[in-house]
Design a protein around this ligand. Structure first.
Ligand code: IMP
Ligand code: MG
Length: 181
């Protein structure tokens, strides 16, 4: 047992389970994007693991880019605003954008981001998220590619953090309560 493993109460998804789900998603994306101009956009930092594995599971010519955003929150006045911490490097006009996320929670971040990116006139925008917590949704967001639906619990590992730690765990688990306190 490693130093980090000791903080984990329960493993929800093993490395093997994550790998086979990513392969499945990659196959579906490969099938759908034949003949398109695919640009995979990873939303930093949580989706780096998903991105690294998923891009290798897509058997097509494609481009990648990275973006980092923060939402101003879910209050009615701030809805629709998203702060760009790191913008895309490439022009997305006419491209088939696939946003790659780790987890869809309230949906606020992705909802706002999609609205912002649509103004740049890509040909299409779809979302691929490894996890989704449907019970937590505040705004409607449609993810065409979804790995696992999970109940409302805070998970870490495979890119997902608690206070910026645990992103490097190869599996996904739930933290012990004592870690938070
Ligand atoms: P939302 O959908 O706008 O609420 O924000 C989703 C973001 O919240 C994700 O990209 C994660 O960074 C973070 N997040 C939500 N749930 C979890 C979790 O269970 N573990 C770690 N990060 C989470
Ligand atoms: Mg994130």
């Amino acid at each position: 047992m490693t130093v980090q493993d000791k903080d984990i109460k329960e493993i929800l998804f093993t490395e093997e389970q994550l790998h086979s789900k990513i392969q499945e998603l990659g196959k579906a994306i490969t099938k759908d994007y034949v003949g398109k101009d695919l640009l995979m956009v990873s939303i930093l930092k949580g989706s780096v693991m998903v991105m690294a594995d998923l891009m290798r599971a897509v058997d097509l010519p494609l481009e990648i880019d990275f973006m980092n955003v923060s939402s101003y929150g879910s209050g009615t006045e701030t809805k629709g605003s998203v702060k760009i911490l790191k913008d895309l490097d490439v022009d997305i006009k006419g491209k088939d954008l696939l946003i790659v996320e780790d987890i869809l929670d309230s949906g606020v971040t992705l909802h706002n981001l999609i609205n912002l990116l649509k103004q740049r006139e890509p040909r299409s925008i779809e979302i691929c998220t490894l996890f989704s917590k449907p019970d937590r949704r505040q705004v409607e967001v449609e993810a065409k590619y979804l790995g696992f639906e999970i109940p409302d619990a805070f998970i870490v590992g495979y890119g997902l953090d608690y206070a910026e730690k645990y992103r490097n765990l190869p599996y996904v688990g739930i933290l012990k309560e004592e870690v938070y306190s």
